[in-house]
Design a protein around this ligand. Structure first.
Ligand SMILES: Nc1ncnc2c1ncn2[C@@H]1O[C@H](COS(=O)(=O)NC(=O)[C@@H](N)CS)[C@@H](O)[C@H]1O
Ligand SMILES: [Zn+2]
Length: 412
C-alpha cells in the first residue's frame, strides 16, 4: 500500500556524536552503529481509532531516530506495517456494523494524513498484512518444514504454532519471567491455555479458516496469519536477517517483539534479529493510559481540526522522555503552545545570539538516548537570550530554524 507524502529535511552543517539508544534486550543504552544504510522496522497501527496521541508519540520518537541517523550521514531504510487483519479490527467492525476492509482503509488514510501533518518522515515501504499473506504463508511453510513449527492435532482446527524452544533463546528480548510472559500473552492476543500446544507460550503462526471469518488460500490450507509473523515476514523480506532497530511501544515488548525475534531467528539462524529493540512509554490522559479499550482517546485529527498547530503537538509530546509513561494534560498542551510561540518569535528576529552552540547542544542531547527534555530546554535558553538580551548574529535565527526543522521536525 502507498506510504505517505515525504517532507524535506534541510541540510545542517557538521555532525554530532553517534546516536545511543536504550536496548530492551540488553537493558542498556548503547551506541547504534548502522552501516551506510540504517535499517529500521517500526510496527504500524492496527487501523482503527487512529491516530491517537499514544500512536503519535511513538511514531514521533522513531521520527527523531530517522532524522538523527540522516544527520549522521546515513541513509535510512525504514519499513512499517499496517495490521489490517486481526481480531481487534474484526471486533470493532462488528461492533460498528462496518465492513472491516472499509474501516481499515479509512483509518489508514486518516493515519497517513496525520503523519503528514506532523511531518513524520514516511517509511520507504508501508505494507499491509493482507497484501503480505502470500509471503507470510511462505515463511510459515519454511518453519513447518524445518521442524521449528508444528500443527496442533486438533481435527477441527489444526492451527500452526511455533515451538518457543526452537532457538534456545526465547525470552532474551523481553527478559520477562515466565509468569509475566503468561500474563501478557493472555492479555495481548495469545492463547496460553489452548490445549495441545507444546508450550503455552508457543505463538500462533497460521489460523485455519473459521466460519464467518475472512480467510485466504495457502499451502498451509485456508486460513490467515498470526499477528507476530506478519512483522517478521515484512521486516525480513525488505530489510534482511539482521536490522539496526525494531521499535514500538512498551506493550509490544512481549509477546509481539519476542515472538517476532523467534520467528526471524528460527528462519535465518542469525541472532539477534535486531541490534536494538527500542520501546516507548505509554501516553495517558490525565493519568490513565490512553487506550482503545478505555475509550479515553485524544485524536491528532481532532486537535488539528480545532486549529492546533502540529508543531505544538510534536513539541508537547517531546517534552517528556520517550521511555517514560506520561500523560497528555491541558498543562502539557499549554506548555507546547507557549514554547512554539516563544521559539517562533525568536527565530523571526533580525539577529540573535550565536546558534552554533545550540546546534551542538541539540545533537548532543538527542544522541543521548533521545534526551528531548534537555534538547527542548536548550532551545528555550537560546530563545530567551535572543528575546531578552538580543544578539548581533544575523545568521543565528535562520540556523536555529534549520536545526529545529532537521533535528526535531519542528518547522516554524
Ligand atoms: N497509549 C500509547 N502510548 C504510546 N504508544 C502507544 C499507545 N498505544 C499504542 N501505542 C503504540 O502505537 C503503535 C500502534 O499500536 S496499535 O495501533 O495498537 N497497533 C499495533 O500495536 C500493531 N499493529 C503492531 S504490529 C504500537 O507501537 C503501540 O505500542
Ligand atoms: Zn508489529
Amino acid at each position: 500500500m502507498d506510504t505517505w507524502a515525504p517532507t524535506d529535511v534541510p541540510a545542517l552543517e557538521g555532525s554530532g556524536p553517534p546516536l545511543r539508544l536504550h536496548d530492551t534486550a540488553t537493558g542498556r543504552v548503547r551506541p547504534t552503529a548502522p552501516g551506510p544504510v540504517a535499517t529500521m522496522y517500526v510496527c504500524g497501527i492496527t487501523p482503527y481509532d487512529a491516530t491517537h496521541l499514544g500512536h503519535a508519540a511513538t511514531y514521533l520518537t522513531f521520527d527523531l531516530v530517522n532524522r538523527l541517523w540522516r544527520d549522521l550521514g546515513h541513509e535510512v531504510h525504514y519499513v512499517q506495517n499496517v495490521t489490517d487483519i486481526d481480531e481487534p479490527l474484526l471486533e470493532r467492525a462488528e461492533r460498528d456494523q462496518d465492513d472491516w476492509v472499509v474501516l481499515g482503509l479509512r483509518e489508514t488514510a486518516l493515519f497517513r494524513e496525520d503523519m503528514e501533518a506532523l511531518r513524520v518522515l514516511p517509511p520507504r515501504q508501508f505494507v499491509g498484512a493482507v497484501e503480505s499473506i502470500p509471503e507470510i504463508a511462505e515463511l510459515v511453510e519454511k518453519l513447518v518444514a524445518s521442524g521449528a513449527a508444528y500443527r496442533l492435532d486438533d481435527p477441527e482446527y489444526p492451527d500452526v504454532y511455533h515451538d518457543v524452544e526452537a532457538t534456545g533463546r526465547f525470552g532474551y528480548e523481553s527478559n520477562y519471567d515466565l509468569d509475566t510472559m503468561l500474563r501478557f500473552s493472555a492479555e495481548r492476543g495469545g492463547d496460553p491455555d489452548r490445549p495441545g500446544k507444546r508450550n503455552p507460550l508457543d505463538p500462533l503462526l497460521w489460523r485455519m479458516a473459521r466460519p464467518g471469518e475472512p480467510s485466504w488460500d495457502s499451502g498451509l490450507g485456508r486460513g490467515r496469519p498470526g499477528w507476530h509473523v506478519e512483522c517478521a515476514a515484512i521486516g525480513l523480506n525488505r530489510l534482511g536477517p539482521q536490522i539496526d532497530l525494531n521499535g514500538g511501544g512498551s506493550d509490544l515488548i512481549f509477546p509481539h517483539h519476542e515472538c517476532g525475534a523467534l520467528h526471524a531467528e528460527s528462519l535465518t539462524g542469525e541472532h539477534p534479529f535486531a541490534r536494538h529493540y527500542v520501546h516507548t512509554g505509554m501516553i495517558g490522559l490525565d493519568g490513565e493510559k490512553m487506550s482503545k479499550s478505555k475509550g479515553n482517546l485524544v485524536f491528532v485529527s481532532k486537535l488539528r481540526n480545532s486549529e492546533v498547530d502540529p508543531n505544538v503537538i510534536r513539541v508537547a509530546l517531546l517534552d517528556g522522555h520517550y521511555r517514560v509513561d506520561r500523560s497528555w494534560t491541558d498543562d502539557v498542551h499549554a506548555r507546547g503552545e507557549q514554547r512554539v510561540a516563544r521559539w517562533r518569535e525568536a527565530v523571526e528576529l533580525e539577529a540573535g545570539p550565536d546558534a552554533s552552540e545550540l546546534v551542538t547542544k541539540l545533537r548532543t542531547h538527542l544522541a543521548d538516548d533521545l534526551d528531548t527534555p534537555g534538547a527542548l530546554a536548550a532551545v528555550d535558553a537560546w530563545a530567551e537570550e535572543a528575546l531578552t538580551r538580543r544578539g548581533t548574529d544575523t545568521g543565528a535565527p535562520q540556523l536555529a530554524r534549520t536545526a529545529l526543522d532537521a533535528l526535531l521536525g519542528v518547522r516554524l
